[in-house]
Design a protein around this ligand. Structure first.
Ligand SMILES: Cc1cc2nc3c(=O)[nH]c(=O)nc-3n(C[C@H](O)[C@H](O)[C@H](O)COP(=O)(O)OP(=O)(O)OC[C@H]3O[C@@H](n4cnc5c(N)ncnc54)[C@H](O)[C@@H]3O)c2cc1C
Length: 503
């Protein structure tokens, strides 16, 4: 680290996975980096905190799937062990238990997607319905996460895609739509087919163990972000909470010189935005300098989705077969999950009663309700899945409303999502909605985009070394082979046919 590099000032806006990732790397490279966060805690959507009564609360429970290689590597570097062992999960509908998933890495590995089809235990869905997914395999080969593939598939809805490829009505209703509601937080008619294929491939289909998941043994805030922020501060980074960025100072060279936070101004040689879609739209609405750039104005074409996170304390122990459970069919366009926190969180292991987290995605219709109306609905839904909840009494509860919070990968949204580089030379973007080619999703993607933005700063300001980013595991050989043939056929088609049809 040279003395000169320490004088380069970088401001990172937003302390979620993306902002923390960027800040940590730049602090380690000797930059004078300041992370400004509108909220009171680090972690963004994954932040955890204590209620005035001393109970832990967080904005929903977060799983860490097998392919989250960069997050697992960070945790190793920090020398912490925040996670449970691999857990098994179930799926429920109002009819009862629908699906049980094993720990896929413990079973003999089969060429993808055979393991997923053979080892997943469907309780009701007949084989003939499941087989109707076979023609969809072509789209998994054709969608290779390239820019061209996103442009080809982004403007159609997931529902149209499944219909076009002959998926049965029941398979769509009982398997694919529930996956979309918990994976992309929206029903099929509101999801981009490109995002659907990317998400399903990453979490489920690329390799047999991809659907295996671990959870934090407490809030992610306590288990990961607290020790991480400590390390960031030790490396020289500054974390400032309760600072809402409102604008940038841009000079005549199209470069940011400072970041405005109400009355405060932070000088900057480079800026990294690491805020969600809604937060970024609010910054642009306040910022005449960003409004001058078309790509920032166009962000108003993007949207976000309402989420509701509830935590219920019951007066007795209830036997819950699996710690993590996804549910569908209770409300038309809402998916929900519930977690047995006695099994997952150290804090509740010896609790005399049962502690449950129940999170609702695309929860628009619940957001206006009073807590007193929401809690009985949650209890009734839980009792539909596991009858033991019927007689139990709720002795405490917390309800966290998260309106317009998670990224909406709506059909047609890809063209407005921003890449990491912007038209402002020293302003870079990161977060789970940024266009990149890594192939990861959610927390892992947010963290990876943070590292990618830090690397752009390193290359722009010329000090330090880039962060090592682990790629997603390579496609299996038969998938690579099928993709190569498909690409060769499509390149041949393009060379002989006029550029006439819609992509
Ligand atoms: C209920 C729920 C369940 C989820 N489950 C999972 C899961 O199981 N697994 C998984 O991998 N992912 C899950 N996700 C998604 C995951 O939370 C996100 O992908 C990830 O946290 C996004 O991180 P980020 O850094 O991009 O943005 P965020 O976490 O949104 O962080 C952005 C930060 O910017 C701050 N900010 C906004 N505006 C300003 C401003 N003007 N000035 C300063 N700061 C500002 C915000 O306060 C926030 O802290 C879930 C999300 C929710 C809501």
């Amino acid at each position: 680290m040279s003395g000169e590099s320490q004088s380069h000032k970088v401001v990172v806006v937003g302390a979620g996975w993306a902002g923390l990732g960027a800040t940590y790397h730049l602090a380690k490279q000797g930059y004078d980096v300041t992370l400004v966060e509108a909220g009171s805690y680090p972690g963004g959507l994954v932040a955890g905190w204590k209620t005035p009564g001393g109970r832990s609360a967080e904005a929903g429970i977060h799983g860490f799937w097998y392919p989250y290689r960069n997050i697992f590597s960070l945790v190793n570097e920090l020398g912490i062990s925040p996670f449970t062992t691999w857990t098994r999960s179930s799926q429920y509908s109002p009819a009862g238990l629908e699906v049980e998933s094993p720990i896929f890495q413990d079973l003999p590995r089969l060429p993808t997607p055979l393991g997923t089809f053979i080892y997943t235990k469907f309780q009701r869905l007949p084989l003939i319905e499941r087989l109707s997914a076979l023609p969809l395999l072509y789209t998994l080969i054709d969608f290779d996460n390239s820019d061209a593939a996103w442009r080809r598939y982004d403007k159609i809805t997931a529902r149209e895609l499944f219909k076009q490829f002959g998926v049965s009505a029941r398979l769509y209703r009982d398997a694919f739509e529930p996956m979309l509601l918990v994976g992309l937080f929206a029903p099929g008619e509101q999801c981009s087919a490109a995002a659907t294929l990317g998400m399903l491939y990453y979490f489920i289909l690329a390799h047999q163990p991809d659907f295996d998941v671990v959870w934090c043994r407490g809030t992610v805030g306590e288990k990961i972000f607290s020790p991480w922020v400590e390390r960031i501060e030790k490396a020289g980074g500054k974390f400032l909470s309760n600072r809402r960025v409102t604008d940038l100072i841009i000079d005549s060279n199209n470069q940011a010189k400072g970041v405005i936070c109400g009355e405060e101004v932070f000088d900057a040689d480079a800026v990294i935005f690491a805020v969600g879609v809604t937060g970024m739209k609010k910054i642009v609405a306040n910022s005449p300098s960003l409004q001058r750039c078309e790509e920032f104005r166009n962000l108003n074409n993007l949207g976000a989705i309402d989420v509701l996170a509830t935590r219920l304390w019951f007066d007795r122990k209830i036997d819950i077969p699996r710690p993590s459970n996804a549910c569908f069919g209770f409300d038309k366009t809402t998916g929900w999950t519930f977690f047995d926190l006695n099994a997952l969180h150290d804090e509740y292991r010896d609790e005399p009663g049962t502690v449950i987290e129940a999170d609702f995605y695309h929860a628009n219709q619940f957001i206006p309700l009073e807590n007193e109306s929401i809690i009985p609905i949650v209890q009734e839904y839980l009792a539909t899945c596991i009858p033991g909840f019927k007689e139990a009494k709720v002795i405490d509860s917390s309800v966290i409303r998260l309106p317009q919070t998670v990224t909406h990968f709506a059909p047609g949204s890809y063209q407005y999502m921003l890449p990491a580089k912007t038209s402002l030379k020293n302003v870079f973007m990161s977060g789970d909605w940024i266009v990149n080619r890594h192939g990861s999703w959610s927390q892992e993607k947010a963290y990876v985009t943070g590292l990618e933005a830090a690397n752009l700063v390193v290359s722009y300001l010329g000090e330090g070394t880039p962060a090592k980013i682990l790629p997603v595991e390579a496609d299996e050989t038969h998938i690579q082979f099928a993709r190569n043939i498909n690409q060769a056929i499509s390149q041949f088609g393009q060379s002989v046919l006029p550029n006439f049809w819609l992509p």
